[in-house]
Design a protein around this ligand. Structure first.
Ligand code: ZN
Length: 320
């Protein structure tokens, strides 16, 4: 059997040791390089697009020669107003890139020695940056569709006479959600959160190219897609794959998501489930990239993502 990719040397191209050994200026240079690749890492004014700027090296700021606007490498990006050192920021990104099933904010905060809140917001900003890779994207060719129920667990009461029928709507918490995933074989995974799996039909209609060929299980709500796309159905009580028909790749995605939530985060709120689902999709789609390539991809995504409306000043707002 072939060696698993994550065991191969090709999967390891970045080390925490090297980030800290190279120091703050090298980490800073990495951010400049990925923010302004078109100008060889030299500053480009975010206001007027001028490619020449005075460098205020002591403060790691720039002043545009044309419009005199002052800016830094993270101005206007999702990392705007960062206080963390560039080495710690890059190390955090490396730790997140290394975690095939994600990493909890507590664990990240202990590794880099920052507050839990800092790690929580940082990880969420990174997830938001990653989702831009598939914002509005569509999938084509062979696509698998399925839904996975997450959350809303009801703990059975201690004494059997106090236990309730957890299948009844009146006994449920209302926190249960369904992650709908559309996974193109050899392509991208798109995700969407709904309350009922049947609502995934609309998501599929919005995000499937007209040329797509679908694979789905026997759930009746997918019947609605049959008049629009050729569709292979697989009855899981008979087989997991039959000829071309299977939903194994989308099930692999759900497996990674369940392990991420169960093993790392333990609990995720329905409010942020879309971010965890998108993070898992990103990990699944880039599972054959080295950790160095993944870290660079995260930095590049962050440098091209605007200031986050959801996460900027999150704790200040939450406390108010
Ligand atoms: Zn300017």
């Amino acid at each position: 059997m072939a060696q698993h990719f994550l065991l191969s040397a090709a999967s390891r191209t970045l080390k925490l040791k090297d980030i800290y050994k190279a120091g703050e200026s090298a980490a800073y240079a990495k951010f400049c390089e990925l923010r302004w690749p078109e100008n060889d890492g030299e500053a480009v004014c975010p206001r007027c697009g001028c490619c020449e700027a005075y460098s205020i090296t002591t403060r790691r700021k720039f002043k545009c020669k044309a419009c005199h606007h002052q800016f830094s490498v993270t101005s206007g990006t999702i990392f705007a107003s960062r206080k963390m050192e560039f080495t710690d920021l890059l190390a955090s990104i490396c730790i997140i890139a290394n975690a095939a099933k994600g990493v909890s904010a507590i664990q990240l905060s202990r590794a880099v020695g920052c507050q839990y809140k800092t790690a929580f917001v940082l990880a969420h900003k990174i997830r938001e940056a990653l989702t831009q890779e598939t914002t509005g994207a569509t999938v084509a060719n062979d696509v698998e569709i399925d839904g996975c129920h997450i959350g809303g667990h009801i703990r059975p009461a201690n004494h059997v006479e106090n236990r309730v029928d957890r299948r009844l709507a009146k006994n449920q918490t209302g926190k249960r959600r369904v992650v709908i995933a559309l996974r193109e074989r050899g392509g991208r995974t798109l995700t969407h959160i709904t309350r009922h799996e049947s609502q995934g039909v609309q998501f599929a209609m919005d995000r499937l190219e007209s040329t797509a060929r679908l694979n789905a299980d026997e759930a009746a709500h997918w019947d609605a897609l049959e008049s629009f796309f050729p569709i292979n159905r697989i009855n899981h009580s008979e087989a997991y794959s039959f000829g071309e028909a299977c939903t194994n790749q989308v099930e692999s995605y759900f497996s990674r998501l369940r392990r991420m939530i169960g093993g790392q985060h333990h609990h995720v709120s329905a409010r942020y489930l879309n971010q965890y689902a998108a993070h898992t999709a990103w990990l699944e789609d880039h599972r054959h990239d080295s950790n160095g390539a993944l870290a660079s991809r995260i930095v590049r995504n962050a440098m091209t993502s605007p200031v986050s409306r959801a996460w900027k000043g999150y704790w200040q707002r939450a406390a108010a």
